[in-house]
Design a protein around this ligand. Structure first.
Ligand code: ADP
Ligand code: MG
Length: 855
């Protein structure tokens, strides 16, 4: 039986008995697989972590390791290893690739027999808590279950944030899941078991096929164990199952440590602006479209703490819908923009803060190291000052103040116990202050007395023996010893016992010396034990304040974001938007914050106005004129407004949009690299289904992914549909044919970006962009001019120009045909007929002349 199992894990050859170490490996690998089926086991063998069999092949591929073989008399299996010191870097790589890792360490000194080993760490992408494996950003583990819709649970074990929601449709679930960017998604068996569904999930999210059990009873027990109760908000079996699954999975991965989780927040998916991942990408909120690109987050990230940065990201992902909450944030930001001293004070204080959210979570789980507890004290030390700075503030800032000052004084306790700069580990001693524990002090002074005696020994023995050159030294072999040079050997007293003879000197010891030495070692070990005990007590006493610590941490993060937004507003001359109850937007001199920075002072601000009378803006203009920038400017202002930020404009009146929908045409969708027409159409479909009269819709060159006529037809049909929803729509297009919709559909307004053709010395023409958005449709597409700007050979652009004219003439052909078709010949006089013929001929020759002109 065993060799067979070994065979499947080790994928080796031969049927002989395994060497004992591999037997141990196989057993451990099985145990790990029972908890995390796809985890890779890193197995310490001396100075290396080794992998064997299938794991070795995976590790070699993922980490670029050399694959060797572990062979015995009649068994051989692939093997690949990494040096012990390279563990962290490699674990990071594996986690980034979505691979779970188990680390088995040797837990005793190697002797003659088989070394004992234990799994010391289970690491999964969504549950890592060690700072070195985490970015500063949030790290969510998600679970999805079904039953009367969908239920989602999200847990960030590094901060203890735990939330859940129920959804009616899968699309709504997808929206929310992509909003939170979970590192690991666990699927209930009813989902994972459905091939098509599973494939759909896997195409979008890092799905883990884990054994997390989604059984309702067990879920209830997990929730009960973690939170002390099953809150009433978990009112469906699916919610209980999803919450239970993330907790159970995290509990296994963290080996029981789930104390950072204190409550679950049930959120309403409709409570935030709908902002699909595609919109976040189109607006380059977190990820740039080109590798060196700058994101909105890069500009906004004036936060000073990791917690603040995470909070800002959370706000950007979940803009508010509630007018009062938006106003409350704007009030706080405004207060901070007005009070320069307060802002500067707060920001310099935040600069000195450590990641309080994560420290609080570490304390709650009793995992904090002495150094982390010291960092906690340093950060908490800042709070009284923060509270003072916020004196007299109302609204959100008043709330922040209250949460910061509600913390019991734990700093004094930490300060009293811990030295200023403690070591990382508790076991090595040297972390507890003198005077904190009488017992510890006694042990320490005992050790010190012996050391003092030793320090004096040289002097006393020189006096006693009369040997002026006698020395007391220490080495690892004999411990403390007395050294006498050859000339004085005769003076050595009888109680000295010789332990070594060198060329010109001898070394001695004395029974009482040994005694003292043993006593020092005993007392030092006792002191280290006591220190560890005192530290553990201190840390555990802090865990009792976990709730207040987490609240203070949250308040600090919030303060950080608000003051960062205020700083941005002041530095960039942003303005507070007036929040309007009606659906109407009016921006004066609005700027795109990222492009503005890139163009360094040369940015051309533009106005934007949409309301009931004009809600569908059709923007034409040559390539590179600034159409996409204009569209995004409006959308970014809407996003900023709803996170409670000022906006880059001179004046702003803004509604509360329920969603920002974007569709960026195929060729502009650089980052996705998935510019298939199918994707474009499915996203367009989602917009057409989802847009309401309170939505903002950005359509940029939709229809580019297919042939001109198809694209045009689809674009027009989509516009007509959107027109019915009355959503605020900004549509940038190169289809001039669409501009005539202005005459047909009320609410449609043509705009174009100004550009001017100017004659050039070589007889061709150049193009000047003004980036100014003005009323009316563009005259034509300028495609050929842009091609010339891009450096196409002159012959090619000239030929293109002639072809274009001919094609336009073709348009005239169609007009002639139409005129002919509608003509009632029976009612024409011969004279009229002649005149008509004459005019047609003139028109035809006129275009023919034009065709030969520019060569
Ligand atoms: P389009 O979508 O019309 O092809 P883009 O919006 O992509 O044009 O803009 C092209 C480039 O023009 C931008 O990368 C930016 O450098 C510049 N640009 C766009 N709008 C402005 C503006 N308002 N002021 C200054 N430069 C701008
Ligand atoms: Mg564009």
């Amino acid at each position: 039986m065993r060799p067979q199992r070994a065979q499947s894990v080790l994928k080796g050859t031969g049927h002989g008995a395994l060497p004992p170490m591999l037997e141990q490996y196989v057993k451990m690998r099985d145990e790990v697989a029972a908890q995390l089926p796809h985890a890779l086991l890193l197995f310490q063998v001396g100075d290396f972590y080794e992998t064997f069999g299938e794991d070795a092949e995976r590790a070699a591929r993922l980490l670029g390791l050399a694959l060797t073989h572990k062979s015995s008399k009649d068994f051989s299996t692939p093997m690949a290893g990494i040096p012990l010191r390279a563990l962290d870097g490699n674990v990071e790589k594996l986690l980034a690739a979505g691979v779970c890792v188990a680390v088995a360490d040797q837990v005793e000194e190697p002797g003659t027999g088989l070394v004992d080993r234990k799994v010391t760490q289970l690491l999964t992408p969504g549950t890592v808590t060690e700072e070195r494996h985490l970015g500063v950003d949030e790290n969510y583990l998600a679970a999805v279950a079904t039953g009367d819709g969908y239920a989602l649970a999200l847990l960030d074990v590094s901060t203890g944030e735990f939330r859940c929601a129920a959804f009616h449709t899968r699309l709504a679930l997808y929206d929310e899941l992509s909003r939170w960017r979970a590192r690991e998604v666990l699927l209930a068996p009813e989902l994972a078991g459905n091939g098509a569904l599973l494939a759909d999930f896997q195409a979008r999210f890092p799905v883990m096929l884990s054994p997390a059990t989604f059984a309702e009873e067990q879920g209830r027990a997990e929730v009960q164990a973690a939170l002390g109760e099953v809150p009433g908000t978990l009112d469906t079996p699916a919610l209980v199952r999803a919450c239970g699954a993330v907790l159970g999975y995290a509990r296994v991965a963290l080996q029981g440590q789930l104390d950072m989780v204190r409550r679950v927040v049930r959120f309403e998916p409709g409570a935030h602006m709908r902002l699909a991942d595609s919109a976040l990408r189109a607006l380059e909120v977190f990820t740039p479209q080109s590798p060196q690109g700058v994101t909105l987050m890069d500009i906004l990230c004036q936060t000073r703490t990791a917690g603040g940065r995470r909070r800002l990201r959370a706000w950007l992902r979940a803009p508010l819908l509630d007018e009062l909450s938006i106003r409350a944030r704007l009030d706080a930001v405004e207060a901070l923009t007005r009070a320069a001293d307060l802002r500067a004070g707060v920001r310099s204080l935040l600069y000195r803060a450590h990641d309080l959210e994560r420290l609080a979570a570490r304390v709650a789980t009793r995992r904090a190291t002495p150094r982390e507890v010291a960092a906690l004290a340093r950060t908490l030390d800042l709070l009284p000052e923060a509270t003072r700075l916020l004196d007299g503030q109302a609204g959100l800032l008043g709330g922040v103040r209250a949460r910061l000052s509600a913390l019991p004084d734990v700093v004094t306790r930490i300060r009293a116990a811990l030295v200023d700069d403690p070591p990382i580990r508790a076991g090595d001693g040297g972390l507890i202050r003198d005077g904190f524990s009488a017992e510890l002090d006694e042990v320490r002074s005992g050790s010190l007395a012996h050391r003092a005696w030793l320090a004096e020994l040289e002097t006393t023995e020189r006096k006693r023996t009369g040997i002026g050159s006698l020395k007391v030294s220490y080495n690892a072999v004999f411990g403390y010893y007395l050294e006498v040079t050859g000339a004085h050997l005769s003076k050595v007293p009888a109680d000295y016992r010789q332990v070594a003879t060198l060329k010109d000197r001898a070394r001695f010891t004395r029974p009482d010396l040994r005694e003292r030495e043993r006593e020092i070692a005993r007392l030092d070990a006792a002191a280290a034990r006591l220190e560890a005990l005192v530290f553990t007590e201190l840390r555990d006493s802090l865990a009792a304040h976990a709730e207040a610590l987490a609240a203070a941490a949250g308040a600090l993060s919030e303060l950080d974001v608000l003051s960062a937004l205020a700083e941005l507003a002041v530095e960039g001359s942003w303005v507070r938007p007036h929040t309007l109850p009606e659906t109407m937007i009016a921006l004066t001199q609005a700027r795109h914050p990222v492009v503005e920075r890139a163009t360094g002072g040369k940015f051309v601000p533009n106005d934007a106005a949409l309301d009931d009378g004009r809600f569908l803006l059709l923007l034409t203009g040559p390539n590179m004129a600034g159409k996409s920038t204009y569209l995004r400017t409006v959308a970014i202002c809407a996003l900023l407004h709803q996170i409670g930020s000022f906006v880059p404009a001179d004046h702003a009146h803004m509604p509360v949009y329920d969603a920002i929908h974007t569709r960026i045409g195929a060729s502009d969708d650089l980052a996705g690299g998935r510019s298939t027409f199918m994707v474009e159409m499915s996203e367009l479909a989602a917009i057409l289904h989802g847009a309401t009269a309170r939505s903002l819709v950005i359509l940029d060159e939709v229809g580019r992914g297919t042939s001109t006529l198809d694209g045009l037809a689809i674009a027009q049909a989509a516009l007509e549909h959107l027109h019915l929803t009355r959503a605020h729509t900004l549509f940038a297009t190169h289809y001039f044919e669409l501009t005539r919709l202005e005459a047909e559909l009320p609410g449609v307004v043509n705009l174009h970006v100004a550009a001017e053709e100017d004659a050039r010395a070589d007889g061709g023409s150049g193009l000047t962009f003004y980036h100014q958005v003005v009323p009316g449709a563009a005259r034509h597409s300028y495609g050929v001019e842009v091609a010339r700007l891009a450096g196409l050979p002159g012959k090619v652009t000239a030929r293109a120009g002639r072809l274009l004219t001919a094609l336009n003439a073709g348009g005239d052909d169609r007009r002639l045909v139409r005129e002919l078709a509608t003509l009632d010949v029976s009612r024409l006089t011969p004279m009229q007929a002649l005149e008509l013929l004459h005019r047609w001929q003139r028109e035809a020759t006129g275009t023919a002349e034009a065709e030969t002109a520019p060569s």
